[in-house]
Design a protein around this ligand. Structure first.
Ligand code: BG6
Length: 456
């Protein structure tokens, strides 16, 4: 139950997007280090340079007044080649960060894996495409629980498995694998979900009072019309995009009707008896979901460019809409009510506590002549979404927390630093790293006040 004492007000981040130092202190290359080498210097080598600014950044978190900080651990900083012995410098880095957060009374909420994978595992066995990835990940997760579990009690498994499966550069299938296909994507996802189960089981075995949950990119789907074919396609789309992975995490099996549909078109992965045992071996304590906007789906493919082929689906067609954009890059509509609808759908289907681990607004920002960033549109977006959180709690939905994406301006997967989500401006551009100075934006002070008033 949400009370003043236990509701988490947080901000989110991920390792490859903020840390930088991608080649320092023994860190091995990751899939993202290879992928994000754009023109200029907007790559993972500096990012927001959290690796060198963490002490100052944690002071900013304290000033902000958040109860929790969501961060991820870079797998290849701990295991540079994915397997073998841990890299002491990498382990020490997270020890320092975690200890400093706790000293400032800020709870570390840790995502075990946020898109990046040691590149060595691509060379070794084609990354997530291979079943060997399951044991490599399991060893990595086990190490984290044993080493950090005495201090970190809230764990998130693997960020947005569906996005990880869909993005060939993230999951490694872009490399060494000319034959990747929608079918192999589902096999990749199958391995990710087996790995996630092992992490849940180990967390419960190894972390005293530990809690763990999956992190979904929940796609709240509307049919483009009330035509029954569109309604049917919307159900299928939501089942694949949102429930495919969550049903395994929470119910221990793929959603039945959709599994049969995908089997008919030869896409569903085979679930062996041994896989079934793993799928039913552990269940999460809560569901984390990331929410930015909703999508619309129709039964038929359209030929215009609003159609986003999520994974070349023959079953539905995604129309992102064209009005009220969440930011200037995407055609997605801001839809705060959709965040509430998502919570209702999730709670009614699974009856587990919920946590919103990402919600945010991107813009191109430069400080004005007084050195300030007046990000009123971000405030408007966040404010509308936070009102929905309060409404959900009033309605009796057990919402455990809300995290803004993101704490710092960080490396956006596609747009580098031209696309800024942070409550804190980082003084750099894609091509000029400048002094990396931190400037809290207007939204930083707005969120600070909101948290203060809540706690008062
Ligand atoms: C989320 C990811 O889905 O979207 C983040 O978990 C990402 O890592 C965020 O930064 C926004 O996406 P983008 O592509 O606009 O940076």
């Amino acid at each position: 139950m949400m009370t003043k004492d236990n509701f988490r007000w947080g901000v989110s981040s991920s390792a490859f997007q903020i840390e930088g130092a991608s080649k320092s202190d023994g860190k091995g290359p990751s899939t993202l280090d290879k992928r994000l080498v754009k023109s200029g210097i907007a790559d993972t080598s500096v990012a927001s340079d959290f690796y060198h600014h963490w002490h100052e950044d944690i002071k900013l978190l304290e000033l902000l007044g958040v109860t929790s900080f969501r961060m991820s651990i870079s797998w290849s900083r701990i295991f540079p080649s994915g397997v073998g012995s841990p890299n002491k410098a990498g382990v020490d880095f997270y020890d320092q960060v975690i200890d400093d957060l706790l000293m400032h009374n800020i709870e570390p909420v840790i995502t075990i894996n946020h898109f990046d994978m040691p590149y060595a595992l691509i060379n070794k066995f084609n990354g997530w495409l291979s079943r060997d990835s399951v044991s490599a990940f399991t060893n990595y997760a086990k190490f984290l629980f044993v080493h950090y579990g005495n201090r970190v009690k809230t764990w998130l498994t693997i960020n947005e498995p569906l996005m990880l499966m869909y993005n060939p550069a993230f999951n490694g299938s872009r490399y060494n694998n000319p034959k990747r296909s929608t079918k192999s994507n589902f096999q990749i996802l199958h391995h990710i979900l087996l790995a996630e189960k092992n992490a849940m089981r180990l967390c419960h075995e190894l972390v005293i009072d530990g809690e763990i949950g999956p992190v979904a990119a929940f796609e709240n789907v509307y049919p483009t019309s009330s035509n029954p074919n569109d309604v049917d396609a919307a159900l299928t789309a939501e089942s694949i995009l949102s429930y495919w992975a969550l049903d395994v995490a929470i119910k221990g099996k793929y959603p039945g009707i959709t599994y049969n549909e995908l089997t008919k078109i030869n896409l569903a992965p085979k679930v062996s008896a041994a896989d079934d045992v793993i799928f039913k071996s552990a269940y999460p304590d809560f569901i984390a979901y990331n929410y930015y906007s909703s999508i619309r789906v129709s039964a038929h493919h359209q030929s215009d460019n609003t159609v986003i082929p999520f994974f070349d689906s023959p079953l539905f067609s995604v129309d992102m809409g064209t009005e009220r954009k969440t930011d200037k890059w995407s055609a997605m509509e801001a839809d705060p009510i959709g965040m509430g609808i998502s919570a209702r759908k999730l709670y009614e289907r699974y009856h587990l506590p919920l946590m919103i681990t990402e919600n945010g607004y991107a813009d191109t920002e430069i400080p004005n002549q007084n050195g300030e960033i007046q990000d009123d549109q971000r405030i408007e977006y966040l404010s509308a979404h936070i009102s929905i959180c309060k409404k959900l709690v009033d309605e009796g939905i057990p919402l455990k927390g809300y995290f803004i994406w993101s704490f710092l301006d960080s490396l956006s997967g596609r747009e580098g630093f031209s696309k800024r989500y942070g409550l804190v401006y980082v003084n750099r551009t894609d091509t000029d790293i400048r002094d990396l100075r931190r400037i809290p934006k207007k939204s930083f002070y707005w969120y600070r006040n909101l948290i203060r008033e809540w706690k008062a």
